[in-house]
Design a protein around this ligand. Structure first.
Ligand code: CU
Length: 283
């Protein structure tokens, strides 16, 4: 009770506009977010997307709990030991052996709970999903070569003949069409600076570097239109490097692929050397 009596008068600062303004801002933005149902990163559309979701919320919860604890542990001594009528401020510098031991124990426990726990799960996700690039020999694997440039995405699919660098290669700019439920594997490089292919709904993001071929993959489990973005600030018109990812059911996809491949063969121009940028697939 006496503790509460000591703390209550100091809560008068809640009426201050320095606290009222940010508090009001926080409440209105929370309300606005709730209206739009924009809690967290939204539904994942790839089969490994749930891993990102789980880790995101685990980290958010762990960090929120840690934040609340730290604020509480700071607030208690600040309010309890402060200078006030009839009470002198009391403090120490935390130099005793007991204080040092306590600090060490808290640090180690924090490291184990927060960092090590998250690291173990993250490494497992990388091994089992993000680095488990599907076998290109498997006919189920849909391969795409990506050539990034300031400021557009060039995509190349092998077409119905399954070979890169032939007349029926399907070349698209800022739009990529892929089949649902099949692994989509990427070989990516850049013409100029570092870009990063980012498919937010698929929880896929990978740097695209000039001079090397970077590999990544995902498996879409939802048909529909999704976002393509560049996640690496790559110059003046970086914001324009966006596009559309279309995921089609297998039947629709086959029709689209046959049509696009036929169109590509018709439009193929052997003299247009700019357009001949295919390379041999790298495993
Ligand atoms: Cu870019």
């Amino acid at each position: 009770m006496s503790m509460l009596k000591a703390i209550l008068p100091s809560l008068a600062f809640l009426r201050s506009r320095w606290l009222g303004c940010p508090l009001a801002l926080m409440l209105t933005s929370t309300w606005a977010l709730a209206q739009d149902k924009r809690w967290g990163p939204g539904e994942a559309a790839s089969d490994y997307g749930y891993r990102f979701h789980d880790l995101f919320w685990l980290i958010t919860i762990l960090v929120s709990v840690a934040f609340a604890l730290v604020v509480l542990l700071l607030a208690i001594p600040v309010l309890r030991d402060r200078e006030r009528p009839g009470h002198r401020a009391s403090f120490d510098h935390g130099k005793s052996l007991h204080d040092k031991r306590l600090t060490a124990v808290i640090s180690i426990v924090t490291f184990i709970i927060l960092d090590a726990w998250v690291l173990v799960i993250a490494m497992q996700d990388l091994r089992e999903a993000y680095w488990a690039i599907p076998d290109a020999e498997d006919p189920q694997t849909y391969r795409v070569e990506v050539l990034a440039q300031q400021w557009a995405w060039n995509f190349r699919a092998p077409g119905v003949d399954g070979e890169f660098g032939t007349a029926d290669d399907i070349i698209t700019i800022n739009e990529l069409v892929v089949p649902k439920d099949r692994p989509v594997s990427f070989n990516m490089t850049s013409k100029d600076v570092i870009h990063a292919l980012f498919l937010p709904e698929m929880r896929m993001k990978r740097d695209v570097n000039p001079g090397s071929i970077n590999k990544t993959w995902f498996r879409p489990i939802t048909a529909g239109d999704f976002t393509i973005l560049c996640a690496e600030l790559c110059g003046f018109a970086h914001y324009q490097m966006s596009g559309k990812l279309r995921v089609l059911e297998q039947g629709l996809f086959n029709e689209w692929e046959a049509e696009a491949s036929k169109l590509a063969s018709t439009a193929f121009d052997a003299d247009d050397t700019e357009a001949q940028w295919a390379w041999d697939w790298e495993e």
